[in-house]
Design a protein around this ligand. Structure first.
Ligand code: DGY
Length: 318
């Protein structure tokens, strides 16, 4: 049996899924392991399983034991892995594409609605026992129905968000490196330039990957291009947003409300975020449904099994 070192907390059903196919060493439910603990724990194993908060950079990859043939990330995002260094070391790398698309798209709609309907203030009003009764002046937010939706990153996730937004009669606009074929575009309007998309987006959703190519993409200059009163949602990676610039725009009202599930440097948050009333925040729970967690485990287990039986796993990155 192949030996797996699981260096991150996983739901018990997922650990059990791995244990059906592999001899598993599970590091347990504690905080992410240090690089030293990962190196020590992975000794004598064939594969290492990590997830998004664990940075597997060139230095760590260089120290991994020679027995290791595969690196599996329990996430669709892989900006925490140095794929080039992994390939150079001869490691096959796996992730969990597709299976968390629906859950993350649902969370994006939650962020849109939570921001537009001022959920942060509404929940606080109730929980702090300050609600004195219904009035027509209380917590009026904004419709999303019929508003132009601008999606940055029209991959699987962006398209799943668009599918759901059509039910709100939102005209879909998007920006991608290249235009999608008509069957995937589904009638959406393509903007070759990000600036043109921003000018159109009454609701802006960032659904693009993290990494150096998108770092700081939504900065002061780009926020200024949004229509006044726009709503901003980030379901991709925190590094895409310049926090101080978004906070200033929320303060001024140029951005009426925002919904964020991901944060640069999480779990530490940009301090002003804690107090902005029109900011609706979730602690990176985009993919956090039981169905999705199980499907992610199944996909990784199947990918590793296919790899070791000479197949071509769909979830292999390098
Ligand atoms: C993912 O799978 O990339 C989620 O965002 C968790 O990091």
């Amino acid at each position: 049996m192949r030996r797996l070192f699981i260096a991150c907390a996983l739901p018990p059903s997922v650990v059990a899924e791995f244990a059906r196919a592999f001899a598993v060493t599970y590091a347990g439910d504690g905080p992410p392991l240090s690089a030293d603990d990962i190196v020590a724990g992975a000794a004598g194993h064939d594969a290492l399983v990590v997830t998004a908060p664990t940075r597997v950079d060139r230095a760590l990859i260089g120290r991994l034991p020679a027995s290791l043939q595969a690196l599996a990330t329990y996430s669709v995002g892989h900006d925490h892995l140095d794929l080039t260094a992994a390939a150079e070391k001869g490691l096959a790398v796996f992730s969990t594409p597709d299976v968390l698309t629906d859950a993350c798209a649902e969370a994006a709609l939650l962020l849109m609605l939570g921001a537009a309907r001022r959920a942060t203030e509404a929940i606080a009003l109730l929980r702090e026992r300050r609600w004195t009764g219904w009035t027509p002046t209380q917590l009026n937010g904004w419709d999303i129905t019929g508003k132009r939706l601008g999606i940055v990153g029209m991959g699987r996730l962006g398209r799943a968000i668009a599918d759901r937004a059509r039910a709100f009669r939102m005209p879909i606009h998007y920006h991608n490196r290249s235009r999608l074929p008509a069957d995937l575009e589904g009638g959406a309007t393509y903007h070759p330039s990000l600036d043109a998309l921003l000018a159109a987006a009454q609701v802006l959703v960032l659904a693009c990957p993290g990494g150096e190519a998108t770092r700081g993409l939504l900065n002061r200059e780009r926020i200024a291009r949004l229509p006044p009163g726009a709503i901003v949602v980030n379901i991709g990676r925190g590094s895409v947003v310049v926090d101080a610039d978004l906070a200033d725009a929320l303060d001024s009202g140029h951005v009426a409300a925002a919904g964020l599930d991901v944060f640069d440097g999480e779990p530490a948050l940009y301090p002003r975020y804690y107090t902005l009333p029109t900011l609706f925040m979730l602690p990176h729970i985009g993919s956090a449904t039981l169905e999705t967690r199980n499907a992610m485990g199944r996909l990784l287990a199947e990918g590793l099994e296919a790899f070791w039986s000479g197949g071509a796993p769909v979830n292999r990155l390098v």
